[in-house]
Design a protein around this ligand. Sequence first.
Ligand SMILES: Cc1ncc(C[n+]2csc(CCOP(=O)(O)OP(=O)(O)O)c2C)c(N)n1
Ligand SMILES: [Mg+2]
Length: 342
Amino acid sequence: MANSKAAASRAGGKRKAAAAPIKASVEDLQKYYRDMLLIRRFEEKAGQMYGMGLIGGFCHLYIGQEAVVVGVQASMGPLDTVLTSYRDHAHMLACGMDPKGVMAELTGRSGGYSKGKGGSMHMFSHEERFYGGHGIVGAQVPIGTGLAFAHRYLEEDAVSISYLGDGALNQGQVYESFNMAALWSLPAVYVIENNKYGMGTSIERSSAKSTELYHRGQAYGIPGVQVDGMDVLAVREAAEKALSHARSGKGPFIMEMMTYRYRGHSMSDPAKYRSKEEVQKVRQERDPIERLRGIMIEREVMDEEHLKALDKEVKAVVSEAADFAQTSPEPDVSELYTDVYV
Ligand SMILES: Cc1ncc(C[n+]2csc(CCOP(=O)(O)OP(=O)(O)O)c2C)c(N)n1
Ligand SMILES: [Mg+2]
């Protein structure tokens, strides 16, 4: 069981990483930056469109947590599968799902991934190995464990990655899953996105004994590691180890990503349970995109001009997605009775 003290000390602005060698190619750094930026701009646009009444139902934004999905995705193999909770747009984009199809699902249009009938929390892509979008806290964890079983049974070279929030770690079904995954040495990686809050309840108020969660698999012999989830390179490095552990037949692995969401739990949350200063401090000192941007400028991987051009390109992708999401037709009335289980 290893708690990455180095990762923790990089959190909170004490980072010395700028001087240390970076184990990533120029192309990798540019890709991670672009991927995180796409998620941020996509989510900002979704937030705006929600405010304009163009998106109905629930909508949970991931802004602030981008380094987690981008870092984990960077360490994945082509057959690895992903599933997560309702805070899921970023995971879909990171998996390679089309921003147009994701945005059109948010607006409830037929061009959406669930033909406009699923909305923000219910999208899937078998092609991109993404298995939802789940609204019930913790419910994705047994399903992810089942996928890990399927990978083994079908002798696929694949690991099942289940993302879950800190709030899900107090759900019984999570521990039933840990037990089975460990018992059968399944190729499962559990990525805890510890953003310190479950809706409006802080982790201090919800979790007994410790606010650290990486050791929650200890009773089942599942190794765990705590990672600075605001540092895309630290995430990638830790995820490479976790995935190779699971892939090699050694069984499940738990990663606790120390992260933070800037927006409320959902669009209807005024976030009165924390101070504006708390949010501002994280934005200023730990923002994952600004952090990578700083490294890239310092290392002369990209200059301001190139970064601006990239920003423009990403904005164009998002704007195209938003246009598509508003012009794609509403689902046909005949769709009322399709894809319905009775
Ligand atoms: C079984 C269940 N209980 C309660 C809820 C209501 N609920 C929705 S999100 C949430 C908090 C979950 O927090 P966390 O797992 O930390 O994820 P985050 O929203 O921070 O990403 C709760 C209690 C639910 N959806 N499912
Ligand atoms: Mg949380």
